[in-house]
Design a protein around this ligand. Structure first.
Ligand SMILES: [Zn+2]
Length: 74
């Protein structure tokens, strides 16, 4: 799959337990984007996607991958 943040080749780690995309990217790391947020997330420009992921990373529980939700897009 293509990384939704940087566009590089990335691993699709999505599982049936999570409603959205789980990405393993060499550049961006391991993160998740909820299904509800995905379309709007992809419409952001590159800098905004990086900044949104950065915010999600800071908000993530230690040990869990950052999760981009609709709330994180504001
Ligand atoms: Zn990436």
């Amino acid at each position: 799959m293509q990384c939704p943040v940087c566009g590089a080749e990335a691993e699709d780690l999505s599982s049936g337990e999570f409603d959205g995309l789980i990405v393993g990217c060499k550049r961006c790391g391991h993160f998740a984007v909820s299904d509800a947020a995905l379309n709007d997330f992809l419409r952001l420009d590159f800098d905004q996607r990086v900044a949104t992921l950065d915010r999600a990373r800071k908000a993530a529980e230690p040990g869990s991958p950052p999760l981009v939700t609709v709330a994180a897009l504001d």
